[in-house]
Design a protein around this ligand. Structure first.
Ligand SMILES: NC(=O)c1ccc[n+]([C@@H]2O[C@H](COP(=O)([O-])OP(=O)(O)OC[C@H]3O[C@@H](n4cnc5c(N)ncnc54)[C@H](O)[C@@H]3O)[C@@H](O)[C@H]2O)c1
Ligand SMILES: O=P(O)(O)OC[C@@H](O)[C@@H](O)[C@H](O)[C@H](O)CO
Length: 474
């Protein structure tokens, strides 16, 4: 049976992350009697239909396995999460979706639509026609709510976007206001959005690895039931939300013992996580794949890579951060521990998706800040940069961009087509001996569209990259 508590949350996103993070948190709050609310889940784009259908068939239930170590103790939990009172396909059930806006018990909207979903796209709003984009759909939803409750101040909602974008709440609010202007909605509505609704900035952290394909058959046989929505996650979780601690009265996460911080300034949380955790992932993925490795755990178990990663975190990433060194070292160690989790099968191929834009956000700032402080380049980050360039030495094979590892193993590069084509073109010119390796590197570094600036300004960078690339090409 679907969860029977009153609806308090609209969830935009049926993906692994929300089901392994937010929904699990709400389940914890409900278990302790602090929240007593349920969630209506919807998918953010037409293609997410499958999981919504499945959730309907499974009465909104799914299995979550949380495995790893917590304070040195082994954790191996399996539970059935029951927080959904309804699953709606907003593209097929548009009226039902909009009708939810009239629900007086609704208080929160949570979303995770990847970085690609949280962006403004000019689109029309026609009566009765589902709006494809998530911010557009939310605007229509809020407008219906505003009309139904005559702009009552208490009926505003709290938006909690979980997309890994800086100031995600502010971004969502700007999108909603822009759509309101495009559609010439009344100024009084925009004032209501601005003053009576909250768009909280937040940072999420938990490694959620989804369906465990390799183990599923064995698990299902031992449980005597199958669940295609089975999800897996690590025990560690952190949610830093820029908001007054009194919000915990309404969304009782902290009082339910969860690692949730209501904070004044999100920047330190964001920086340390993106630079240390995500930065390490981006550092290891191309180099790891080129060396024939497949998962994060294999990288950690490899003595040379382990040393390389520890050196990068301790001697390059942490010194470039403007925070207390000891605290950062503690955080860095906890990240390494999380990477060692034997249950987490985190594929380097998944992490390597969009590696160029990830390098720009997650590692380039380390290179720049390190150089600013020490007047020399960070060796590990530079080696990883060379690995990234070598990783994008690809050919197009049957619609895929395929590269070859040092040992001759094929891998597929997934990124924006223009970006891959640019790298491919330079490598082709190099192979045809039209340009030297140095010219190739200079051209890549000079592409401001990729890095936001011309990286040739670091005079030693070209030579250092060439040095590593020559070794890699041999
Ligand atoms: N899995 C993790 O460990 C983890 C941890 C923290 C943050 N995240 C973030 O979550 C995202 C991946 O989510 P997941 O792990 O649940 O993967 P997933 O594939 O299970 O879910 C992705 C969700 O995003 C939606 N989506 C994808 N592209 C979209 C688009 N262009 N427009 C609108 N919606 C779109 C999908 O429909 C789906 O609901 C990434 O952006 C990642 O940064 C993941
Ligand atoms: O999810 P991505 O592709 O943006 O980045 C890959 C990983 O770095 C990321 O998923 C982390 O595991 C996650 O951010 C941990 O909270």
């Amino acid at each position: 049976m679907m969860q029977h508590y009153p609806v308090k949350v609209l969830q935009i996103g049926e993906g692994n992350f929300l089901r392994g993070f937010f929904d699990w948190m709400i389940s914890e709050c409900n278990k302790q009697g602090h929240f007593q609310g349920s969630i209506v889940v919807t998918q953010p784009r037409p293609t997410g239909k499958g999981k919504i259908e499945k959730l309907k068939q499974q009465d909104g239930l799914y299995t979550l396995m949380i495995r790893g170590f917590k304070n040195g103790e082994k954790v191996d939990n399996k539970e059935i999460i029951s927080v959904f009172s309804k699953a709606i396909d907003p593209y097929e059930e548009w009226d039902e979706f909009l009708a939810l806006s009239q629900n007086p018990t609704l208080e929160f909207v949570v979303s995770n639509t990847t970085e690609a979903g949280l962006k403004y796209q000019p689109i029309p709003w026609e009566e009765g026609v589902p709006i494809e984009s998530f911010p557009g759909r939310l605007t229509a939803f809020l407008y219906q709510r505003y009309l139904f409750f005559n702009g009552e101040t208490e009926k505003g909602l709290i938006m909690l976007p979980c997309e890994l974008l800086e100031r995600n709440g502010d971004m969502l609010k700007q999108c909603v206001l822009q759509h309101s202007r495009d559609w010439e909605l009344p100024k009084s509505f925009m004032d209501w959005v601005d003053q009576n609704n909250l768009f909280l900035n937040s940072l999420v952290d938990r490694i959620v690895t989804g369906f465990p394909a390799k183990e599923a058959e064995e698990l299902f046989a031992s449980w005597e039931y199958e669940d295609s929505l089975l999800n897996t996650a690590e025990p560690y979780h952190l949610w830093a939300i820029e908001g007054d601690p009194s919000f915990d009265q309404r969304l009782p996460l902290k009082q339910s013992g969860l690692n949730v911080h209501w904070v004044k300034d999100l920047v330190p949380y964001q920086m340390r996580k993106v630079r240390i955790l995500n930065g390490s992932h981006t550092l290891m993925a191309p180099l790891g794949i080129l060396s024939g490795l497949e998962e994060v755990k294999q990288v950690i178990d490899h003595p040379d890579f382990n040393r390389f990663l520890r050196q990068a975190i301790k001697e390059e990433i942490i010194p470039s951060l403007p925070f207390d060194r000891n605290e950062m070292i503690k955080y860095g160690e906890s990240v390494m521990e999380r990477f060692m989790n034997p249950f987490v099968h985190h594929r380097l191929a998944d992490i390597s998706l969009n590696s160029v834009s990830k390098f720009k956000v997650r590692l380039l700032p380390t290179l720049e800040d390190y150089f600013e402080k020490k007047d020399r380049l960070p060796v590990c980050v530079v080696r990883a940069f060379a690995g990234l360039i070598r990783f994008y030495k690809v050919q197009k094979v049957k619609g895929n961009y395929v590269g070859e590892s040092f040992g001759g193993k094929e891998y597929v590069v997934k990124d924006d087509v223009k970006t891959i084509e640019f790298f491919k073109e330079q490598w082709l010119r190099y192979e045809a001996e039209e340009i030297s390796l140095k010219q190739l590197v200079e051209t890549l570094l000079g592409n401001q569209h990729l890095w936001g600036k011309d990286l040739n300004k670091f005079s030693a960078l070209v030579d250092e990259l060439c040095y590593h690339l020559e070794v890699m090409l041999r």
